[in-house]
Design a protein around this ligand. Sequence first.
Ligand code: ADP
Ligand code: MG
Length: 206
Amino acid sequence: MADALLIFKPDAAYRLAARAGIWRWLATEREWKLQSLEWFQPPASLIENHYDFLQGRPFFPWLVDFMTALPVVVGRVTASAQSLKQMRYELGETQIAKSRPGSLRERYGIFGGLNCLHLSDAPETGAAEVKRWSEFVQLDQVKVQLEVESDKLDHTYHLRSLATQVANGIHVELASKVIGELLAEESELIGDQLEALRRITLGALS
Ligand code: ADP
Ligand code: MG
C-alpha cells in the first residue's frame, strides 16, 4: 500500500460546489482509503519545500501565495500503486487547458495551475510528502467531513471563460471584477479571506 498526500487547494476548499463534487469522488473510497483529513494553513517554508522542484519557474511566487493564503484541507490516502495511478488519471492533467475532459481538474479547475487538488503522483513522492507534512499536520485522523451537495452555484466554466479573457488582455478590468463576484457567490468567504481568494485566482492569470 502506498501513502499519498492530498490537498484541497483554496480553489477547491472554498468554492463549495466544486468542493462537494470533489468530495463525492473522494468519499467513494473506491480503490483507496481516506486515512486523515483536516484544515491547515501551511507556512511558506513548507510549500517551498513541497514544490522545491518548481523553484525558479516564473509562476513559483504565485504558487507559494496560492498555497499559503488561506487554510486548506489536507489529508492522507492509502492505495495500491496501481490505484494511485488511477486516482491521478481521474484527477487529470496539471494545467487546466490540457486536462482530460471529464477529469476532476477539467470539471472544477479554473485556469492554468489553479487546479483544485494536489495528489502525490507516485508511492515514492507520496512517502516523502507524507513524511514532510506529518511534521506539521497529524495525518492519522479524519477530522473534517465535507458535504456531498452544495446549494451554491458552480461557476467553473464561466470563471474559466473570464480567466481566459484576462490572461489574453481582453476586458481585463471588467472580467476581473466579475471573477471576484462569481467567487463570492460560489463561496461563503467575506472580507480579507474573500479578497485572498480573489487575489490568488487573478494571480494565476498573469
Ligand atoms: P501536479 O499537481 O499535477 O502533480 P506538478 O507537481 O508538476 O503538477 O506541479 C505542482 C503544481 O504547480 C501544479 O498542480 C500547479 O498548481 C502548479 N504548476 C505546475 N506547472 C505550472 C505551470 N506551467 N503554470 C502554472 N502553474 C503550474
Ligand atoms: Mg506533482
